[in-house]
Design a protein around this ligand. Structure first.
Ligand SMILES: CC(C)(COP(=O)(O)OP(=O)(O)OC[C@H]1O[C@@H](n2cnc3c(N)ncnc32)[C@H](O)[C@@H]1OP(=O)(O)O)[C@@H](O)C(=O)NCCC(=O)NCCS
Length: 188
């Protein structure tokens, strides 16, 4: 299946592409203030890491691997939002999971919440799941604020090794039930 292009009030989400590699490295992998919050990023950035990630998702089945969207603003790549197939968060193995990051110049405008909301609509429409889950470092206040605004509720904790920090980090696991998401959409 191909990912659709999704317009939100201010953004356009489209399928991520190999041609996004340079922007992913520049805005994400090479910026410690981004890489430090993402469990799997190397630090310092290793050349080719963006391409290696893209090879796992571009042309793969988004329902079995990851529905990875490029988040764009006026046609410019500003970050990513993804719905990963069930199983990525073992503690909630029946549920797909949400992940995202934006380049630093684009923080603080509500873009992550807007992009994530659109990705959640796609996720609930395309996965027959009771809920979508997410995981964040316990001290990631900005991401936790995004998740809270979207209606996610804490359901557990886990400890993960963060490559860029080279240490284990306490994480929270949060969950958004389908019915709660639909109620919020209807009320909005
Ligand atoms: C997390 C991230 C995507 C948020 O992007 P964003 O577009 O700035 O997010 P939004 O503007 O939609 O929402 C951010 C919220 O955090 C709040 N916030 C910002 N700094 C905060 C802080 N230090 N403490 C608490 N809340 C904070 C904002 O006030 C806002 O909430 P509000 O709308 O209720 O005021 C972005 O900071 C990022 O890419 N971080 C690095 C990667 C990352 O953490 N990814 C998520 C991994 S789980």
């Amino acid at each position: 299946m191909n990912l659709p292009t999704i317009a939100t009030p201010r953004l356009v989400l489209r399928a991520i592409a190999m041609s996004d590699a340079q922007a992913i490295a520049a805005l994400g992998g090479r910026d410690f203030e981004i890489a430090r919050w993402l469990t799997g990023c190397s630090w310092p950035y290793i050349d080719g890491e963006a391409e290696a990630f893209l090879q796992t998702v571009v042309d793969a089945d988004p329902l079995r691997t990851e529905a990875a969207f490029a988040v764009t603003l006026d046609g410019v790549f500003i970050g990513t939002v993804a719905i990963e197939a069930p199983g990525e968060i073992a503690e909630q193995a029946e549920c797909p999971s949400l992940g995202y990051w934006l380049g630093r110049p684009f923080h603080g405008f509500g873009y992550a919440t807007e992009a994530a909301r659109a990705a959640l609509v796609w996720g609930f429409e395309n996965h027959a799941c009771p809920a979508i889950v997410a995981r964040a470092f316990e001290d990631n206040c900005r991401s936790r604020a995004v998740l809270r605004k979207l209606g996610f509720k804490p359901v557990g904790k886990t400890i993960r090794f963060a490559k860029a920090l080279d240490r284990k980090v306490d994480n929270i696991i949060v969950r958004l039930n389908r019915a709660d998401f639909e109620d919020r959409r209807a009320a909005a």
